[in-house]
Each structure stands twice: as structure tokens, then as C-alpha cells.
Design a protein around this ligand. Structure first.
Ligand code: ADQ
Length: 489
């Protein structure tokens, strides 16, 4: 059987990610209130059959006193979560520094920080050391809670050092690692000073997963070129030990969106929005406010479209919902004011006393409001400059069962590989091309729209987050079984 001797038992799974899927607010010396954030990962893992999952990660708050820590551990236990306590200095160096200032931009092809080379090189050492220390702290918590037979699934670029820490402690532990961002071309990756250490650590895992074949291929190339190892169709081989490398494209819980659309509150919201924008086509962008999402490029393309299609100026509106993230980083503050400036200029240029062409909101929407917006949208605009997958494109498609709107999608989002046949694919850097695609999308015949939508909808509803998690976990189990067989033979 697929799950070997565990066939009749619930598979225990330890999910390790930088952030726990909860937000914690301290109410008193020893009391906390917790809210579970129902993101894709959570619902993916809740839906996996025969798996008993626990989460290990940082709760997003600094708790330095023991009373507070013990109380948080107790509160989180009820949500099947186990906290890793990181102090302020570690968070600054590991999370803000190494993860978000170095790995995130590099993996999205923005390169290493360049403003002050010397300072960066000096910081780099201490930030990498903090990164390793933080990963060891995650490993310590995993080791405390690990029981024989558990599988451990590590997530994302924050925890590339974790597989090695875990295997050094217990070589029999089944360890998987999945990257949610792109893995860049080895020509970009090789600029990273700690390139070899990180690759060797990831290779300590039994299964390494990416959203697309391209990312998996880039990773294998990095291992062959930088470490001189051998790439095989199965993965990477080092002195007879195989690390399996494969693509596991993530999906969404499409049923959750369909169910939401049937709720009276959401229907009411849909009705209000329909009235509000009557007589105008609705275009929508939903992004975290991040440089990788190409928000300025998107808005400039919309401006070009309005410039060249004066008859459309009072017939279309662009709603751009951008949740601020990493607001303490100067580059992100700069991006916010840049976007505000462009939006202001365009609204000043094309707005009238009664209407403006762009509504830009700096905030996050609750799930029901988001579903309603997706449902009333005629054209969704996803123009990421690079994006591991991009779930917004999937969520939009899931909510378009009746409207059958058009998706304009960057070819640099992982989602382009799965929704490419239904979406209009664009190079987000080519503003002329994106403006033309907006025109194409708005004027598209209903036959073409339906055909494109059918393709996307079939994909999104049959490649769900649950399938993704199930496939990864079962393949992680298989990898181990195979490895044991090989040593027995
Ligand atoms: P993100 O970069 O966060 O994720 P994405 O995949 O689009 O990008 O997911 C964003 C999520 O946040 C979606 O569920 C969306 O609904 C929600 N969201 C965004 N803006 C919002 C707003 N204004 N209000 C409410 N909700 C909002 C990373 C990678 C992606 C990869 C995922 C999953 O960067 O490429 O697809 O992880 O692996």
C-alpha cells in the first residue's frame, strides 16, 4: 500500500512554516485571543483525508515573559498549533533581513540589494547567521514534538536550512520541503553568497517540491552547476542518495468560494456592487502591495488603454485592492506612494465630477466582500513581474461560474502554466501589449469568453489545494518507502 505500515492509522503530519495560521492578541498577563486565518494552506490541510496535522511556526508576536509564553502555548494547542518563540533581534535579522530583504527579491529576479555594497556584505554575514539560528530554533521545536512515523513538511524560503537541521538530529525523519515562490534561474541564484549551504540543506530533505517544472529544473541546474552533483529525471543524486525533486502546483479550495457565493449576505453585496457600477465594465486587481505584483505597470497599462480608447473612458472602472505588507521597509513605502501618485494623476486626467476611472484601496477585504468583488468583475488583471503561482487568478475563476469573465494573466506567474489556455497571457513589462489585451478582453465575444472560462474553471475546480497537499504528502511517504527498499535490496 501507498502508506506502508501506516495504512490503517492516521498519518501524523507536522507542518512547519514561518508563520502559524493564526493571529494572536494578548488580552492579559496569561490570556490570549486567537483567530485562525483561513488561508489556502489551512483549508488544504484540513481537507486531506487520513491525515492528522499539527502546525509549528512563529505566532507573529514577541513574547518575552514565561507566563505569557506558557499561556500562548496552551491557547494554541487547542488550535493544533505549536509556537516557536523568536526574539525581536532574530526577527529583525532573520525575517526582515535575510528572508525579506535578500531571499524574496532574489527569488523574484530583483537581484541582491545593491545600494551600499559594503554594508550589505557586512550585514549579510550576520543576517545569514541569524537565519541559521532561527531555523535551528524551528528544528528544536519540531524535535520536541516529533514521534516516530510522523512526516515533517517544511514550507518556503524562510526555512531552507531546516531540512539539514532536522536530518542531522534524526536521519530517519521523513522530511519534505516546498517552495511557494519561484526558484530563479541558476544564473541569478548563484550570486547568493550562501548559495551552497542553502542548496545542501534543502537536499537533505527526502522530497523537494515547486509550483512548476521550470522552478524544479532551475533548482536541479543550480545543484549541478554550483555543487557539481548529478541531476536525474527523478531529482538530484549525491553519492548514491537521491533527493526527489518534482512539481506540485498548488490550487485553492474552490468549493469554499462557490459556497460563499450562495450566502444571502454575499448575494446582497453582489447586488449592491452591480448597481453601483451599472453601465460600466468592472476590471479588478487584488494583490498584496509588493514590487513583484507589477501594480504600477498594471495601472500605467490601464492609463494607456484609456488614452487610446476615449469612447471607453466612462464605461469602465478599475478597482485595485492592495493590502499593504512589510510596511516598515522603505522600499515598500516608496511603492505605496508611487502607486498613489500614478492613480491620482490618472483620476485627475480622466475623471469627471461624477466618476473616476480607478478606485484604489490600501487594505485587505474580508472573505465575503472579496468573493462578491470577484463575482461582479468582467476582467481581472494579474500582472505580476514574477509570482510563484498566484492564487488570486484561481479565486477569480472560481467565482465566475455565471459571469464568465476574462482573466488577463502575466506569463511570469506560475499560474500561466495551468491557466494559459484560458487566460490572455501578457508580458507585464510591455505596457502597450497589456493595454491591447484590455481592449481585447472588454470587446471579447461571449463565445470566446465562455470557451476560455470553461477551460480555466475545469482546471481550478479539479486541481484543488486539497489535491495538492494530498499528492505531496503521499509522495513524501512513497519516497521514504522507496529509500528503505533500496537499502534492503
Ligand atoms: P502571495 O504572494 O501572497 O502568496 P497569492 O497566491 O496571490 O500571493 O495569494 C494571496 C492571497 O491573499 C489570496 O488568497 C488573496 O485572496 C489574498 N489577498 C490578496 N490581497 C487581498 C486583499 N486586498 N484583501 C483580501 N485578501 C487578499 C505566495 C506566493 C504566490 C503563491 C502563494 C501560494 O507569492 O505566488 O501562489 O504563496 O503558494
Amino acid at each position: 500500500g501507498k502508506r506502508g505500515t501506516l495504512r490503517n492509522m492516521k498519518q501524523r503530519l507536522l507542518v512547519v512554516a514561518n508563520r502559524l495560521p493564526v493571529s494572536a492578541v494578548r488580552r492579559g498577563e496569561d490570556s490570549w485571543s486567537l483567530e485562525i486565518s483561513a488561508g489556502g494552506l489551512v483549508s488544504a490541510l484540513l481537507g486531506v483525508k487520513d491525515v492528522d496535522a499539527k502546525w509549528i511556526g512563529w505566532a507573529g508576536v514577541n513574547v518575552s515573559d514565561e507566563v505569557g509564553q506558557r499561556a500562548l502555548v496552551r491557547a494554541l494547542a487547542e488550535k493544533r498549533c505549536i509556537p516557536v518563540f523568536l526574539d525581536e533581534e532574530i526577527v529583525h535579522q532573520y525575517y526582515n533581513g535575510y528572508c525579506n530583504n535578500i531571499l524574496w527579491p532574489l527569488f523574484h529576479y530583483l537581484g541582491l540589494p545593491q545600494e551600499d555594497r559594503l554594508a550589505t556584505t557586512r550585514n549579510f554575514e550576520s543576517q545569514f547567521n541569524a537565519y541559521k539560528r532561527a531555523n535551528q530554533m524551528f528544528a528544536d521545536v519540531v524535535n520536541q514534538h516529533y514521534q516516530e512515523g510522523d512526516v515533517v513538511w517544511c514550507h518556503d524560503y524562510h526555512l531552507m536550512f531546516l531540512p539539514k537541521c532536522l536530518k542531522e538530529h534524526n536521519s530517519k525523519m521523513k522530511v519534505g520541503w516546498f517552495l511557494h515562490t519561484p526558484f530563479p534561474s541558476s544564473e541569478i541564484y548563484r550570486t547568493l553568497p550562501s548559495r551552497s549551504d542553502l542548496l545542501r540543506s534543502v537536499l537533505a530533505a527526502d522530497l523537494v517540491g515547486f509550483h512548476t517544472y521550470d522552478y524544479a529544473r532551475h533548482f536541479v541546474s543550480a545543484c549541478t552547476r554550483i555543487l557539481g552533483l548529478e541531476g536525474t529525471p527523478e531529482g538530484v543524486e549525491d553519492q548514491g542518495r537521491l533527493t526527489r525533486v518534482a512539481a506540485f502546483p498548488i490550487g485553492i479550495d474552490s468549493e469554499r468560494f462557490k459556497r460563499a457565493l450562495d450566502l444571502p449576505a454575499v448575494k446582497k453585496h453582489v447586488q449592491e456592487l452591480t448597481q453601483r457600477f451599472a453601465g460600466r465594465k468592472v476590471m479588478l486587481g487584488v494583490d498584496r502591495l509588493d514590487m513583484i505584483k507589477g501594480i504600477p505597470q498594471k495601472i500605467l497599462a490601464f492609463e494607456k488603454f484609456l488614452e487610446e480608447n476615449s469612447d471607453w473612458r466612462d464605461k469602465v472602472v478599475l478597482l485595485q485592492i492592495a493590502v499593504p505588507t512589510r510596511t516598515d521597509v522603505p522600499e515598500y513605502q516608496k511603492l505605496t506612494s508611487q502607486v498613489h501618485e500614478i492613480v491620482g494623476r490618472i483620476n485627475g486626467r480622466f475623471g469627471t465630477l461624477s466618476a473616476v476611472p480607478i478606485h484604489h484601496l490600501d487594505r485587505s477585504l474580508d472573505f465575503h466582500a472579496l468573493c462578491a468583488l470577484y463575482a461582479v468583475t468582467d476582467v481581472a488583471l494579474v500582472t505580476s513581474l514574477r509570482d510563484g503561482m498566484n492564487l488570486v487568478s484561481y479565486e477569480f475563476v472560481a467565482c465566475q461560474g455565471s459571469k464568465k469573465g476574462v482573466l488577463i494573466l502575466s506569463e511570469f506567474a506560475g499560474a500561466a502554466q495551468s491557466l494559459g489556455a484560458g487566460a490572455i497571457l501578457v508580458n507585464p513589462w510591455n505596457i502597450t501589449e497589456v493595454a491591447k489585451s484590455i481592449e481585447h478582453a472588454l470587446k471579447m465575444t461571449s463565445e470566446e469568453r465562455e470557451k476560455r472560462h470553461r477551460h480555466n474553471y475545469a482546471h481550478v475546480t479539479t486541481h484543488t489545494a486539497q489535491d495538492w497537499a494530498e499528492t505531496f504528502v503521499s509522495e513524501l511517504n512513497d519516497t521514504i518507502v522507496e529509500a528503505q527498499l533500496r537499502t534492503r535490496q
